[in-house]
Write a protein that binds this ligand. Sequence first.
Ligand SMILES: *[C@@H]1O[C@H](CO)[C@@H](O)[C@H](O)[C@H]1NC(C)=O
Ligand SMILES: *[C@@H]1O[C@H](CO)[C@@H](O)[C@H](O)[C@H]1NC(C)=O
Ligand SMILES: *[C@@H]1O[C@H](CO)[C@@H](O)[C@H](O)[C@H]1NC(C)=O
Length: 307
Amino acid sequence: MFSSIVALSLALLAPSAYGAILDVNVGPNGQFVYEPPFVHAAPGDIVRFHFNPKNHTVTQSAFDPPCVPLQDGFRTGFIPVAPETNPLPVQEFHVPDNQGAPLWFYCGQTAHCGQGMVFAINPPADHDPQSFQAHRDLAIARNGTAAVAPPANAYHVPRHDPHWNPATAPTHAVTPQEHRILVGADGQLAYSPAKITAAVGDTVVFEFRPKNHTVTQSSFSNPCVPLEHGFTSGFQPVAADATEFPTVQLKIEDTAPIWGYCGQVNHCQSGMVFSINAVESGPENFAAFQQLAMHPSTNSRLYARRK
Ligand SMILES: *[C@@H]1O[C@H](CO)[C@@H](O)[C@H](O)[C@H]1NC(C)=O
Ligand SMILES: *[C@@H]1O[C@H](CO)[C@@H](O)[C@H](O)[C@H]1NC(C)=O
Ligand SMILES: *[C@@H]1O[C@H](CO)[C@@H](O)[C@H](O)[C@H]1NC(C)=O
């Protein structure tokens, strides 16, 4: 929202023949972000990157893969900036006439992209599978600190449950266990098993079977909507005759229930959901979660009853 206000005011000030200048802060206050995180721009506009202290880049990528330089794409190289530098160094990007297609960028400094330091020009809206948030999620999933070498990627699970109580959280399992969940086994729109319990320190390995599924974290009340800052595997297309199956790993860091679904069109609505550490004796159990995914209209009733 901030970005569009800046864009608008500058567009009004700038002579139209020269396009607008859109200012973007790179790494303000020592944070691994671009501010604003994306802008909407017209051909001929200039995006002016102001490099704050530290040592960042602005490097163009594709939507997928994130955090990987696009061949012949824009790149500033590393711009080391000492503390207290004033004025900040700037680099300009001239917005091309590309029919408004989205352009994606990231910071090439070690670990910055995996912490979500990505930027976009003209990203699609939030509900689009290629939205800014989807790109950022993908960057964190693929290049986050917990990501290990392919074929297995590991994700940190953010602490997301307001009811999580450290006092009742169990201690680490004596011997950490590995739990395996097959994603779409035998062509079914299901995780097998779909509900598990896992101890802190355990690892959950999702193994993707043929078709094109995801493992995407959501919340109990919105089963088919990605959780903000949650994890996602992205789409994992697997050929029908594949003999090796990609996996992603999840390390269990607390006992808060973890809810998730397949982001492929209509899979969640067909009941392709899973839970880890759902409290089966309470109202927020796996069956209720799956019911909500398949029949969102039960949502209001369920909540009405619980109030
Ligand atoms: C992100 O991960 C990919 C695949 O492992 C790697 O090639 C790339 O260099 C990483 N990007 C950054 C900025 O670390
Ligand atoms: C900036 O970061 C790059 C890549 O990590 C490194 O090679 C370079 O030495 C750094 N520059 C300074 C001045 O720290
Ligand atoms: C996987 O599904 C996504 C979303 O429907 C789609 O964009 C992508 O092209 C598919 N990939 C393959 C290889 O079918």
